[in-house]
Design a protein around this ligand. Sequence first.
Ligand code: PLP
Length: 444
Amino acid sequence: MSLGGKMSNSFTRSEALLLRARAVIPGGVSSGNRANWTPFPLYYARGDGARVWDVDGNEYIDYVLGRGPLILGHGEPDVTDAIYHQLKVSQFFAGQIEGEIELAELICSLVKNVEMVRFCNSGSEAIHACIRLARSATGREKVIRFIGHYHGWYDGIAWGFSGVSAKPDAPPLPLPMSLGQPSSDAANIVAVEWNDPEAVANAFKNCRGEIAAIITEPIMFNGFWSNIQPIEGFLTFLREQCDANGALLVFDEVQTGFRVSLGGAVEHFGVAADLSAFAKALSGGVCLAAFAGRRELMKRLVETNTVHTGTYNAYPPAVMGALRHLTLLAVNAGAKLQRIHHHAALLERGLRDLASHTQLPLLVRSSPGAVTTAFRVAPTQVIDHRSAAEGLDLGLQRAWHLALQDQGIRITPEGLWYMSAAHSANDIATTLDAAQDALQSLSS
Ligand code: PLP
């Protein structure tokens, strides 16, 4: 059986592995979104700095970077040494290590309003914990979330991807992300469009005294048209609405944390959250995530029966890797992060230039450290899930992903290009040449 798809690189070994995998691993992948890869999910052998090699020996400049975590690039020696060292000393105590305190202290010093931190293993878990804490602290159950934002795959929050209104002027009913989610969870989700202050104010009016928290990605990162910025004053408005209604503001900083700024979105936008979830760029490629916030809230984990546990929480090799990683990122007033921002801006400018010289409806957006490309024919501004979906050409998006891959450039299928400190100006120049060829192959 052949998996099909037109390509100039050879993927025969990947193809054979995928066919073997599909007998024992559903879809051959361990995370559903990896199945979206064009022409099919590939297998990889090695990564080094800004480059990866697949099992067929094809080399890529990598802008996937583990979907964000590898902000210092693949195999940063100081980070991998710290992980190996801890592995040799001891894998695991199910007790504490000093590095855990140092990492928590570092996070508290970097992110304003964060006074205490707890560690866990994934962004989904960190979000789960933030919501539990918000409900515990307010004694309320409902959460306002935004349509199209992604906060992990857990049942209680994976709602609101779109919806229909029960009555013409009623807010949309949140839709589940997946089959198998209990419909009762929907009762606690109020799903509204991002960047719509009126919808937020109405949600508070309609559910007076019932809202525990607003959860938001400070920049809407997920979906096929990511990097949607909050409109002027929107995050401040959320802060004010929470304060006025006795609710908490939860920032999902899984994407923005330690990337848009060392102090995350809180620093970048100057809006304080009550609770925040961190993962990806916190850890530099080890399984570590964190939730954090004001002392009085976080102390509920010991002073009340608000439960957070986990066998692998603060897994020592992950803690030591993340500590080294975050220290490197923060050193010299964040010099590495500044380099990442500078190179992301270079890439963005180059892609915009290519977009202005092609007939294809290529659009480029960015936030510090990450660029997004999409193909969209609608004239309207993209401010939310609804407008983001308008006029998107997903066929071209797939072809672009494949054409770039054929040119040795690896981006996410959704069109996200993460930048790392390992990428050089030369890498970006090579990338832009390859992108030009990819665009030409799509036009011909
Ligand atoms: N929140 C946001 C904004 C994310 O982008 C993601 C993952 O991409 C998550 C939460 C879930 O994190 P994880 O995949 O580590 O569970």
